[in-house]
Write a protein that binds this ligand. Sequence first.
Ligand SMILES: [Zn+2]
Length: 502
Amino acid sequence: MLTIHDIAVWDTGERIDLVISESDEQRLLTESGAIVSGDIDGSSLIVAPGLTDPHVHFRDPGQLDKETMVSGSQAAAAGGYTRVLIMPNTLPAADGRDINVQEVEDGGEELKEVGVYNTLDYLQRYEQLHDVKLPVRYDISVCASLGRAGKLPTRPADYERFMDSASQSARSDNTNAKTSRSADNPLVEHPLRAITDDGSAITDEILDAVLADSKATGLPVLEHCEHHDSGAINDGVISRKLGIAGISTETELAIVNRDIEAARRTGVHIHFQHVSTAGAFDAVRRAKVEGLPITCETAPHYLALCDEDIVKYGAMAKMNPPLRSEVDRRATVAAIADGTVDMIATDHAPHTAAEKQAGLADAPNGIIGLECAYGVCRKVLVEGGAISDERLIELMALEPERLMGHTPTDVAMLLNTSSTCATKRTLDLSKVEHPENVDLTLIDIRNDWTVDSSAFHSKGRNTPFDSWDLTGRPMATIIGSKLVFSRLPDCLENRQDGSMTV
Ligand SMILES: [Zn+2]
């Protein structure tokens, strides 16, 4: 049993004692010296709903040298995340089709090994097929186009069986989402939750069909708002100075404008991934005023870095969309501050060291993000005065949960239903109603730490944030009321006598 005294509830600030009765031994991940039982002083900690990332690449199946479902999930747990949404640009692509045995030879070794010939099926039953317990929850997404090639739309008939029957009711009635899920249907554990061709925009020729399928299935469309064939970094002073082909900000704006018009025409919910430019934020801002079903995310790197940083970080700062100008970076922070941005996603994209050493022009796009996202965002947004600590939790926990059709854990409500009246209340997770639905992150918002990518749980080391000094770090991750990750130090004042318990 782990009792954390004097921990603050993230939104109300109320000081409580938090009791975690057992850890999930099968899933438990700890850092050296971390404690999982005993009594500790938690007065520097907040208890918040678990962070959720609606945009991760775990490279499994197909590129296990970059990441696997296991290493990616461990990185998520260590970053304070309790749930992630897996993007479908795996090899083979997760487009819902069964592939035949010949095709498996081309990038489907992992499928062949477990005898499953459908990537969605492989992902959904990953734990069962590999006899492992992954430390975090995950949902899956399906490509918008077959093979993610942009030519033909994917077909609901191929992928509907991977959906959760609760998905659609979750959308109409968020409050019933968790309780209506059937526990004995293995397919609901990791449901299909979104349609996306992430990595490139949905092409003009299939857009209407994809929107119609979104309407029919209730799955939101996640749009990567870029369509271009050339360019490695932002088009501007830096690209000209370095002599590298640039990507215009117009590429993002063109897709954003096209899709806002599509949302107006069809009423389909379109979610823009990693928006990065001032013009696109303005367009989203206007669409929201109009009341259109548009949401958007941005990523830590777009609010923390600009294209000038490429000179220092090289390919470690290469991603798609590219880091934009300082004007765009400031517009990103402003769009977060005024509520235009609904949520923050990492776009966690691991690559090998060798690939990133290929140089700015040739290295693949993408950086990892799960294990330092909270600290980077807090440094720029909260310490920078743009938003409060509470708003940061909304952006990284509540809003992504809602996008994926889940009901975020409500700490204040748990307290009201579980604890007896006392001067200081106790939240005993073994005594709450539906403990299986309680996902929490314990964050030390005053913890000073230095990013050390060599200690990451991810296989990826491709981050520009290595050796950054940050304040604020997730210290423990709780899923289904059980501890799955701890870096809680026992150097916090130990209170074996339990004197603080009321
Ligand atoms: Zn992505």
